[in-house]
Design a protein. Structure first.
Length: 609
């Protein structure tokens, strides 16, 4: 049975800067983005919904955008409010429907049925859109922390990638096509996000949310048959082009051989932001490194960088429109263009939907609850659609916007998120002078669960979180503007409340109390708690653990082990790629005669953290 949802209708005929909350306009790009949003003509009219009318302001954070099959309505999934916003384009009518807690993606099925996923309630949600009205069809449980969804063209099979459980859920339609059953659950060695069906939908490409791993799933036997490790991270878009012969991805690259000097940042040597075109056939064969096969579009240049490229869409004629999330712009052009053109849009654009004519593109702007309308024929932004009133932001929300703001770095090359992906880590190495010298790049540490783990940096010389943030802005990112105290306090508030990642075993529902107890005993007996002690499993001291970096440093501050199961690189230089490697390959603090079964118990304990 299809249940029609009561909309939260929005009535907006005019909006001023004051409506978004006075002192919110302290962020360097927030003023420019919000001024643009409200100065451009608002395509907004009073909705005529007859159910619940709610004129209260919200903070929606749109995460994904699609058009219905007739290009008559926009459908927007909102991350923060868990709602679906619809825009009837003929009238500019905006309506909002409560659907979940935190929606992360959209996929359109035949007959204007849509799929989204709820990151908090761990559900696949199917709904229908008719004349911009949303009707709930079904809710189906999937692996925990779902982030992206994709389906075969006939809508018979659906694939859901789940972040912290590191799983793919494959679902098959049953009965009248309005119910789903789980056909398979596939475990991965990384946290998956973006997906693309290739090879006549017989293969599924799955990208790492944090680092540069790309896996290929055989859709017939549900097995991972191939994996690429590429020099890339933050893969935020993955689509097919040129009659499905090219796999296209947006990503960043952190160069461990470059320094956090103004020169290396200015010329894009430290952090680059890229659009990569890869031949599908070559990708599936893995005969040569992808660098030899791919065509790259650098998305930034000196004095005008492109920090944090997001999702994108490709028109039938090959025109690509890419969101440049960190600097509030889009880039557009074709594969054979020497350089893509750029235009300013709203605050943190994250997704694009191009209509069937290839003439209009709609860009979802996450941090000002708006949609920019881009005319591809005139190459101009022709309007902005406000999804509703934006309420006054909390200090944590202000900090979040600053955390993702690449304009805080030199030329706009990177934001805090560029290295600390979604507050976690991209797993790469960064030579940022943190130990007082260049030449010994260190692994980027997670910022999740950071509170109570002071001091910071690998040598433990930074005592407070606010000091660490100031050093990062001034020294690592080489901000051209002296960081203001309220910026640092806001970023600190945002980072300070980030929870540790859930334990992998818990996210998969595989936590075994007895195994945890046995492993904890081994952890204690082997003396691991000397360095990793207390509730945060760390220590303020420095320890010599038998490692030496390129500058001869031998003492390091131990990182917290809380959430260690969600990391893919270990030690200061990331030499160990798995928790097992730490002990079996590198024999980290393992006495010579330690029984192998005890090491396995220790590994299982760490997987429970």
């Amino acid at each position: 049975m299809i249940a029609k949802l009561p909309p939260k209708t929005t009535s907006i005929t005019e909006m001023s800067i004051a409506d978004i909350g006075g002192d919110d306009l302290f962020c360097p790009r927030m003023w420019a983005g919000m001024t643009f949003c409200f100065v451009v003509t608002l395509v907004v009219m009073t909705a005529t919904g007859v159910a619940i009318e709610d004129k209260r302001s919200q903070y929606r954070q749109p995460a994904a955008i699609l058009l219905d099959s007739g290009d008559t309505a926009l459908v927007v999934a909102n991350k923060n409010s868990g709602s679906i916003s619809t825009v009837l384009l003929s009238h500019g009518e905006v309506q909002e429907y409560p659907l979940g807690k935190s929606l992360r993606d959209l996929h359109r099925l035949p007959e204007d049925r849509f799929l989204t996923v709820d990151f908090v309630d761990h559900q696949l949600i199917e709904f229908r859109v008719e004349n911009a009205v949303v009707s709930l069809v079904s809710r189906t449980p999937v692996a925990q922390y779902p982030h992206c969804v994709i389906a075969t063209q006939d809508g018979h099979f659906v694939f859901v990638s789940s972040l912290w459980s590191r799983r793919l859920t494959i679902l098959e339609s049953v009965a009248d096509g309005q119910k789903w059953k789980t056909a398979a659950v596939v475990d991965l060695d990384f946290a998956p996000r973006e997906m693309a069906l290739v090879k006549s939908e017989k293969k599924l490409v799955v990208a790492d949310n944090f680092g540069g791993r790309l896996a290929v799933l055989d859709c017939e036997n549900y097995r991972i048959e191939l994996e690429h490790r590429v020099t890339a991270h933050n893969i935020r878009g993955l689509h097919l082009a040129d009659q499905d012969s090219m796999l296209v991805a947006t990503h960043q690259m952190l160069n461990e051989l470059a320094h956090t000097s103004r020169n290396d940042i200015h010329w894009g040597l430290l952090m680059s932001n890229d659009l990569r075109w890869i031949p599908v056939e070559a990708f599936l064969q893995k005969k040569r490194p992808l660098y030899q096969l791919a065509h790259m579009h650098p998305l930034g240049k000196e004095n005008h960088a492109a920090g944090d490229p997001g999702n994108f869409d490709i028109a039938d004629d090959g025109t690509v429109v890419v969101t440049i999330s960190g600097v509030d712009e889009i880039a557009f052009g074709k594969e054979d263009d020497f350089q893509l053109k750029r235009l300013k849009v709203g605050n943190r654009p994250v997704d694009v939907a191009i209509d069937s004519t290839g003439k209009k593109a709609f860009i979802a702007n996450s941090f000002d609850d708006s949609v920019s309308v881009f005319d591809l024929t005139t190459e101009k932004i022709e309007g902005t659609i406000a999804l509703g009133k934006l309420r006054q932001l909390t200090e944590i929300e202000k900090g979040e916007q600053l955390f993702f703001d690449a304009s805080l770095s030199h030329d706009g090359w990177m934001s805090c998120h560029s290295c600390h992906s979604d507050g976690h880590t991209n797993g790469g190495l960064n030579d940022n002078f943190s130990d007082g010298s260049f030449g010994s790049p260190k692994k980027v540490l997670t910022l999740r669960g950071l509170t109570g783990t002071e001091p910071f940096a690998w040598n433990g010389h930074i005592k407070t979180m606010e000091d660490q943030i100031r050093v990062s802005l001034e020294s690592t990112m080489k901000s051209k503007v002296a960081p203001r105290g309220e910026w640092i306090r806001a970023i600190s508030a945002f980072v300070g409340q980030l929870p540790s990642p859930p334990a992998l075993a818990a996210a998969r529902g595989e936590q075994n109390a007895q195994v945890v107890r046995d492993g904890r005993e081994v952890f204690r007996d082997l003396g691991c708690a000397v360095c990793h002690r207390g509730s945060r499993l760390t220590s303020p001291q420095l320890f010599d653990v038998g490692l030496e970096d390129e500058q001869g440093n031998t003492k390091f501050n131990p990182p917290s082990l809380v959430g260690v199961s969600q990391r893919n690189a270990f030690f200061h230089d990331g030499r160990a790629k798995k928790i097992e490697d730490v002990f079996f390959q590198f024999r980290h603090k393992i006495p010579p005669r330690t029984p192998e079964k005890d090491i396995h118990k220790l590994v299982q304990f760490l997987r429970s953290l």
